[in-house]
Write a protein that binds this ligand. Sequence first.
Ligand SMILES: Nc1ncnc2c1ncn2[C@@H]1O[C@H](COP(=O)(O)OP(=O)(O)OP(=O)(O)O)[C@@H](O)[C@H]1O
Ligand SMILES: [Mg+2]
Length: 636
Amino acid sequence: MTKIKILSETLINKIAAGEVVERPFSVVKELVENSIDSGADQIFVTIKNGGKDYISVLDNGCGMDVDDAQLAIERHATSKISSNEDLERIHTMGFRGEALAAIAAVSRFELTTCFDEQIGGYQIRVEGGKRNHAAKIGFPLGTRIVIEDLFFNTPARQKFMKSVNTEYGHIHDFIIRLSLGYPDIQFKLTHNQKVVINIPKSETFVDRVKHCFGNQISDDLLEVKHEESYLSYDGLISFPSKSRPSKRWQHTFINNRYVKCLNINHGIYEGYKTLLMKNMHPLFFVRVTIDPSEVDVNVHPAKTEVRVKNARLIHTIFSNSIAGKLKLGTREQFFPATDTTDNEDGSTDTLETDHTEHLSVIPPEKPSETETSIYKEKNEQLSFVAPQPETTFTNKKKDSLPESQIRSFENKHFEKQTPDTAGDRSQIHHTTPHPESDLLEKSDTCFKVLGQLSNKYIMAQGDQKLILIDQHAAHERIRFEEIRRQFYSKTLTSVPLLIPIMMELPPQDGLLLEQYEKEWEQAGFVIDHFGGNDYSIKQIPALLQNKDIPRIIKEILDEQAGFGKTGKLEAFFNEVFEKIACHSSVRAGQSLSVEEMQSLVDQLTSLNLHLSCPHGRPFIIDITIDELDKRFKRIL
Ligand SMILES: Nc1ncnc2c1ncn2[C@@H]1O[C@H](COP(=O)(O)OP(=O)(O)OP(=O)(O)O)[C@@H](O)[C@H]1O
Ligand SMILES: [Mg+2]
């Protein structure tokens, strides 16, 4: 006697249901997605006890005729695809033709539908996969599906259902999420006879986001729109300073489907690179439109994860465009219309371009004797050497100027900017501030420096507002961009040490250092293994002269040990640039003259920089005269 038997249809359906119907939330998801596919613009969901006892989804979509209604609850019955080609270009939420059959196999199921009000409606009831009722019935155009006693015939699954609150929470969040992708549709959720969500139809996407997450959220967000032939997207992203400690405010829709797409997420994070503080995450609500054949949604039973064909391109589109938009968006708050180098879409030609392709640069040429000595001399005075405005770094300009001329421009600029007494920071003299008229005349800045607070913050006057700038963080960003520019244009200068500095490293750090020896050298550090755990530092970036080099190297190694696999090299270089910038910038607590402060503020105005330090801390805030008037009760 054979031991192997073909399973009954009912049993097959029950087993298959396990994949699609995990919990009340998955039932709601499948039913609501069907309603969306039916073209409805009103979808009403009613649940009892988190959907464990009762789920009803009512829509005003196209409905089904009698034949379709009967087929709808069969397995592998769908109106949405019919060929291989269709499977490659899915534009509906469903396509497998198994959701209704799966749900009906593990519940008491009732389908009532009408596709023509003249003809009237039709109702079918199924219990645990067995049809037990079918009849004509009066019903308006649309469909209603009612599920009672989910998993009544699969007790093991019933046990795995979570508490009412957990199940309700999942359904609530799902409706909110889904509604973002469909601002044209009205969604209503009623739980235990209480209306908990009621979002009107015909909203804009931005209004819908506000509706779902509260009006205040829009203060934290920046509208984005990007179009190119391969894909377009629009939505809202948070200002870097408004990031949150959790990732739960991140929503991506591809062709209206709510999905997780790692390439898009990673691309967006790249765009925020050096703008986010540690363990902080951006908020984003992004709707992507792309040719459906570029996206495979058939990779996950619940269709929540997708695979994209051109992952690299998508990643690059997002990282570049988001970086550009963030810079433009944050600068516009403070410097209206100062960003002449940005492209229309907010992306930038220079500093924000993807440098990864250049990462195999040859080590910077060793500075010539004269170069080294010039640098040595000037490094002492380096605090306020203004880097050139970004426009002079564009490829066009650079191409038209021979390297030697750029250098001589830099040097001239340097000399002009440097007070002749400079050299030792302690010698910075505190000159009498310029009379107001003088400052205004000389400077074309939009901020006039008023003074320094606690030797830490620069106070300046902007248009109808008081501006406060964190001197260290602001200078750090200026330095960081300058170092990065010099590195990629191979003009970052390093200096040999007459007496090498010895450093001891734990074996794992020593290993890491040796592994990246070439990259350290590209960044200006020549470090030799001396024997045992000892290393000798023979050459360092010029900007780090007189700094605690072993400490800086150890800090970089510490960070490097925590990097993930992707983007390792770029992350390493950024870390090095950050450290050099941090250690060569003015410190908090350092007293500055008005000229020095004005020079720094002017650079912020003229250079097209992000308004946060390379670790993501914002360095500029404002208080409007209106706010002051309110606090002084001049206006109520
Ligand atoms: N609310 C509805 N309004 C109109 N037709 C519906 C509705 N719900 C289901 N249908 C019809 O029933 C068919 C079967 O639905 P079912 O959810 O089982 O499969 P599907 O949506 O085609 O694919 P998937 O299993 O991926 O969801 C659908 O293809 C559709 O034609
Ligand atoms: Mg479906």
